[in-house]
Design a protein around this ligand. Structure first.
Ligand SMILES: CC(C)(COP(=O)(O)OP(=O)(O)OC[C@H]1O[C@@H](n2cnc3c(N)ncnc32)[C@H](O)[C@@H]1OP(=O)(O)O)[C@@H](O)C(=O)NCCC(=O)NCCS
Length: 164
């Protein structure tokens, strides 16, 4: 049975375990992991970083649990009174394609509606077709193609939006 819930401080260790496993499965250069290096991952998959993230007023993190293990996460970050960013969504590579991403996205959307946002925005690499198609299938529409610097290199990103 898979469940999705909002992450709490007591979930930090399970999140660390998830991130290490997800990074090991994906590896450098994997789609959706632009900018991730051993060093950034050590920083992100740490107690201090995740504990701070869960404490932030502008961010909410959701986790998918399967048999007590975290198998995916999504996060919402406030951009303004009206707009929220889907600031992250990752499912363990070995668990993709069975609806976990969709369940996480639904949870993020419901939470964003509850928080009275009127739109959700997401940015992803143009070449990450799997993610772009995932967002399009789930109601987002393409808004723009932009260039941004991610960890020192320029990447082309697609910006997609979903009215809430
Ligand atoms: C993008 C990502 C989050 C999607 O997550 P996912 O769990 O694979 O997504 P879903 O399973 O909900 O949907 C993907 C496919 O599974 C299919 N699927 C299979 N069984 C399903 C079920 N029971 N319910 C819903 N969809 C199902 C969907 O139809 C879809 O197939 P399609 O592409 O042929 O239409 C995931 O691929 C991922 O983590 N990628 C790496 C990180 C990344 O790129 N993140 C986004 C960067 S911003």
């Amino acid at each position: 049975m898979m469940t999705v819930k909002e992450a709490e401080q007591k979930d930090v260790e399970s999140l660390i375990e998830f991130l290490r496993k997800a990074w090991k499965e994906a590896g450098p250069g994997a789609l959706g992991w632009t900018g991730a290096t051993e060093e950034t991952m050590r920083h992100i998959a740490s107690h201090g970083f995740l504990s701070n993230l869960l404490d932030r007023d502008d961010t909410r993190v959701f986790i998918a649990l399967n048999e007590g293990q975290v198998v995916g996460f999504s996060s919402n970050t406030r951009l303004g009174d009206e707009l929220v960013e889907l600031s992250g969504i990752i499912v363990l590579e070995s668990m993709t394609g069975v609806g976990i991403g969709r369940r996480l996205l639904e949870h993020s959307i419901e939470a964003a509606k509850g928080d009275r946002y009127t739109g959700m925005m997401v940015k992803t690499e143009s070449f990450n077709e799997r993610a772009v198609n995932f967002y399009l299938r789930n109601g987002f529409r393409r808004e723009a193609t932009i260039e941004e610097e991610v960890e020192g290199s320029n990447v082309e990103l697609v910006k997609l939006v979903l009215p809430l």
